[in-house]
Design a protein around this ligand. Sequence first.
Ligand code: PEP
Ligand code: MG
Length: 889
Amino acid sequence: PKFVYDFTEGNKDLKDLLGGKGANLAEMTNLGLPVPPGFTITTEACKTYLDSGEEPAALRDEVSAHLDALEAKMGKKLGQADDPLLVSVRSGAKFSMPGMMDTVLNIGLSDKSLQGLAKQAGDDRFAWDSYRRLIQMFGKTVLGVDGDLFEEALEAAKTAKKVAVDTELEAADLKKLVTKFKKIVKTEAGRDFPQDPREQMDLAIKAVFESWNGERAKLYRRQERIPHDLGTAVNVCSMVFGNLGPDSGTGVAFTRDPASGHQGVYGDYLQNAQGEDVVAGIRNTVALAELEQIDKKSYDQLMQIMETLENHYLDLCDIEFTIERGQLWMLQTRVGKRTAGAAFRIATQLVDQGLIDEAEALQRVNGAQLAQLMFPRFDEEAKVEQVGRGIAASPGAAVGKAVFDSYTAVKWSRSGEKVILIRRETNPDDLDGMIAAEGILTSRGGKTSHAAVVARGMGKTCVCGAEELEVDTKRRRMTVPGGQVVEEGDVVSIDGSSGKVYLGEVPVVPSPVVEYFEGRMHAGAEDADELVEAVHRIMAFADRKRRLRVRANADNAEDALRARRFGAQGIGLCRTEHMFLGDRRELVERLILADTEAEREESLKELLPLQKQDFVQLFESMDGLPVTVRLLDPPLHEFLPDITELSVRVALAESRQEPHENELRLLQAVHRLHEQNPMLGLRGVRLGLVIPGLFTMQVRAIAEAAAERKAAKGDPRAEIMIPLVGTVQELEIVREEADQVIAEVEAATGAKLKLSIGTMIELPRAALTAGQIAEAAEFFSFGTNDLTQTVWGFSRDDVEASFFTAYLEKGIFGVSPFETIDKDGVGSLVAAAAKAGRATRPDLKLGVCGEHGGDPESVHFFHEVGLDYVSCSPFRIPVARLEAGRAAS
Ligand code: PEP
Ligand code: MG
């Protein structure tokens, strides 16, 4: 294979091979934009290196050939003593990954070529500054030296000189700093800083390869569900310099506001600076608009390039650029990250501009973003003590205890505390803490700072650059204007949509998007939120496109009504056990423990009207839409007294010589029914077959409720669902009894009920014999919770707390199989059972009602295997509708 591509050879669709950065550099080069020449080493080269521990044999020669070509183009050689070509080496995976080694600039500088650079630039200070940056970046990212050591030395140099910013250090100071930095490298890395330019480059390339498997990169991939086997590309790019004086600088720009989606001039610019200075918040940047005053020519050119890029990518782009002595250079672009709200707004704006169509608009948003928009916000009416305001970097309302380091954030959140991670600025070492925290607050850095970028990516609330807050991480405290001190553990509230910071706990109110779904806010109304408008339109696109219907898991009228407002097209799972709790538990207990038929009949008779009333309400709330009622499912012990507690009670009564006959009888029964593994025991259809009259009572309640609704001119559409079936015989027996009861009710009421009877597919055997089961079932609903549990042999109640963390860490799972369907295992059973079922009964209705029904990735899978509907909790319904629409377009 070819391992190295010149920027002129690639294009934006080669992200798998060239990484995002490389593919887009190539695209810009081909668009004729000013990109410094360079080349990209492919992800294939990285993967080969990581698999074998050695660079592929052909790589060195290919790199040499491309370097020769680059040198010829630039008219100078890498590290050439009198006029050195310098390059940057930058990582760039398919997905942008802040956890990875990013950049080493100024490669090619050495004690020798330093003089040449100084002479060419006519600037000694610049040359020494570039050299110290190289040693610093190389030392940290390639040789693994603790970056703080360099930072501390830099701080010390500034203090010694009594200056505030690094630009005030002069050539002589920087020269001393270089000596100091070299010493740090020697002591910490046990080797000299390499003077050979090619060795510098090769080591940097290898370090980029290896950074793919760094701990932070792995953590980030798990968090973002990025596969571990993609590898990273490496970009080698000729250097341009933003630190050549006031007519130079570096900046970032967005073609639209990544927080609101509005078009305009958004970004930050920093004069006389290089690379990371902007993002790291080392000096204060100015707003991009000010560049117009500083350098009108470059500003105009940049505006034009931004337009070109938007029209080319048909999306918001973010850009890194550098100006070298009045000459503008593009260092990076990509389709930019944005907040969830902006994603919806931009998608509809682009449709209105005629740039994309509805189907494409659906690809520009996703269910996770919609879910995020459904989070509550702070109550604007609340009495609050605002103590600061920073940049609204990532929306949401977060409340928690102040913590000042990542370690404490993780520790406290593990013990159930909600925390806000407060830092001056964050760096990749803070990633764990950011994940653990409810929100992130920094006192430095802009919208493009590490904290902002990472938080937006994770959907975490973030306020950054709240400059009036004095954060003292060493003493674990923060001082707010007026002198009040926030100690570790004090509660703070941060609003990522406004940037406001409050002391204490601010009450939260529902999001406007939820208000809209609830019907309390209307799109098209004069005062309607722009966001609500956009969500309304996107949901309409999705509903037009989708084939999957969306139902709700609901077992009371209140949930059912909410689900309907959210767009549910019926109930896919009513768990009747929830109707047997509370006061009714005792009735069920009596039923289970009944010694005589009479006793059993008695308790069933008492339960019947209660059940019937439940169903009347449910059918009424879902009038005209299907309601799948599942007969009783849970393991027996959930309805019996706790065995330990009961034993204690009996023992106590015995020792006090009090009467305890009833307790004793109960205890004996509980012992008799006790199961080691109740999840695999007497539950579902087994319970129905063992306790005579139980299922028929439920069927009668359903039938009578339906008849009552009919008499009231309603349109009940009940479906009766039998849980935990493993063989068609179970279903046949229950069915026969049910049909008889239904016929009786029909005869007694004169109603024609048209109740359908179907089953859940929750056991591997059911899936494997789906063809037979379909003989007796009018519909299947895949219970993927139990199916996941039984296919994997994982206890759904235990494993997430016990070994899943280890499995996730080891990469055995990218995500819990209880959250996203395991396509290869559980999913393939679902697909096969669907096919076999339909072969027996072509009009078999197919749905899913496990938790996966509301999970975006799983919804796509269920669409692909041809199910008719997904059923999920009421709050997930908009997400499922959206994802079903996306899956179909
Ligand atoms: C399932 O097993 O997926 C299901 C929906 O049933 P429950 O969660 O009630 O066991
Ligand atoms: Mg189940």
